[in-house]
Design a protein around this ligand. Structure first.
Ligand SMILES: [Zn+2]
Length: 396
């Protein structure tokens, strides 16, 4: 396979790039060093490059030699995490308190590799390729900003298909690809609640309105509501991760708060919990004669793999890497991903590639851990597959 041979030729270059990126992890939407490293790596390639306005993204368009056929978009996210690295790799983070703990450094290097491969095959491409280097995946979402700034139409016409991959530091053996059709990753929303009572002395609660027991009742009632009102085969995960209220054991406070993350796996379930959770919170507060402020903030949508694109990607993996390199995941993953915004607009597929450096994947530190260790020997495979998907999809 030509894409694999070419990707192997770029191995040293992209591994070196990945390690340089690993040393300078940057957070959120403004990633100047990361952006510069990408631009340096793409220097001299026959690409039309534009930079983001509201974020330090890089969009590069490759015009295939085979005429204005379809457009394929390939995406790699760029941002790191506020994690203090504790691995012992020789190219560990030089930025205190920051780490590429989710492997996005590999995503960048892999996408640069795919660009190099496809530029070398330019004459054979039956359409155009958009390379989307995206900041802000770990925060509020760089993908919707890039969509607003026109990434889906960067080639002058709308992308016909979109592909992205995420590396994993654990749970699958090195080099294993995995994904599933339909819902692949969760939607992640936030529910914030403030119960407003009336403070008084802790010895005479009848003289005030105690928000604490009402808040506690809401927290437990939300779990009951999920088991009674939601389809067990379309699950909802609601976790109250922060709770606060009061200052001292004998003072009833004026108010009490909690924040919860809400994970759903279908837009139907997502719309339902949004309405039902607010109804329950307001109803329970009213039942006790207290006021409440409840806010449901929508975050990343469900990541949905198009069925036909999933089949195409799976068949391509089996063809390129053989039958032992792909596992279809039986269940969606509970994490969320802003590639979901792209997949709402363009049919495509999101794939996982294991970069687990440990002999026992189940014992390895997960993504986001200060000990997460990604084996970058998989980089040429990641680059080759992205390139191969583009070549084949353009020729279809
Ligand atoms: Zn990630």
């Amino acid at each position: 396979m030509r894409t694999r041979e070419l990707a192997e030729q770029f191995r040293e270059e992209i591994v070196t790039l990945r390690r340089a990126l690993h040393q300078v992890p940057e957070y959120d939407l403004d990633l100047p060093k990361t952006q510069q490293l990408i631009l340096d790596a793409l220097e001299g390639l026959p690409l039309e490059i534009t930079l983001g306005k509201e974020l330090s993204s890089v969009t590069a368009v490759l015009r295939g030699g085979g005429g204005p056929g379809p457009v394929v978009l390939l995406r790699g996210d760029m941002d790191a995490l506020p994690v203090a690295e504790r691995t012992d790799v020789p190219f560990a983070s030089l930025h205190p308190g920051m780490m590429h703990a989710c492997g996005h450094d590999l995503h960048i290097a892999g996408l640069v590799g795919a660009a190099k491969v496809l530029c070398a095959m330019r004459d054979e491409l039956a359409g155009d390729v958009v390379f989307m280097f995206q900041p802000g995946e770990e925060t509020t979402g760089g993908a919707p900003i890039m969509i607003r700034e026109g990434v889906l139409d960067a080639a002058g016409r709308r992308a016909d298909a979109a592909y992205g991959l995420h590396v994993g530091a654990s749970s699958q053996p090195l080099g294993m690809w995995s994904s599933r059709p339909g819902s692949f990753m969760a939607a992640a929303d936030q529910l914030s609640v403030r119960v407003v009572g009336a403070g008084t002395h802790g010895s005479t609660p009848y003289r005030g309105k105690d928000p604490i027991p009402v808040l506690c009742e809401i927290v437990t009632a939300l779990q009951t509501m999920i088991t009674r009102q939601f389809d067990v085969f379309d699950p909802v995960v609601l976790t109250v991760g922060r709770i606060a209220g009061g200052t001292k054991e004998n003072i009833i406070p004026d108010d009490a708060f909690f924040d919860a993350t809400v994970r759903t796996f279908s837009e139907v379930g997502r719309a339902k919990i949004q309405e039902a959770s607010i109804q329950l919170v307001e109803g329970l507060a009213a039942a006790h004669g207290l006021q409440v402020e409840a806010e449901y903030r929508v975050g990343y949508p469900v990541t949905v793999n198009n069925e036909a694109e999933f089949n195409f990607a799976r068949d391509t993996i089996l063809d390129v890497f053989g039958p032992d390199r792909f596992r279809e995941r039986p269940n969606p993953r509970c994490g969320a991903e802003d590639f979901s915004f792209i997949l709402q607009e363009v049919p495509g597929v999101y794939l996982n590639l294991s970069a687990c450096a440990a002999a026992d994947p189940d014992a390895a530190a997960d993504n986001h851990s200060p000990l997460a260790n990604f084996d970058d020997s998989v980089l040429p495979d990641g680059a080759a597959l992205l390139a191969e998907l583009a070549v084949r999809r353009l020729a279809r």
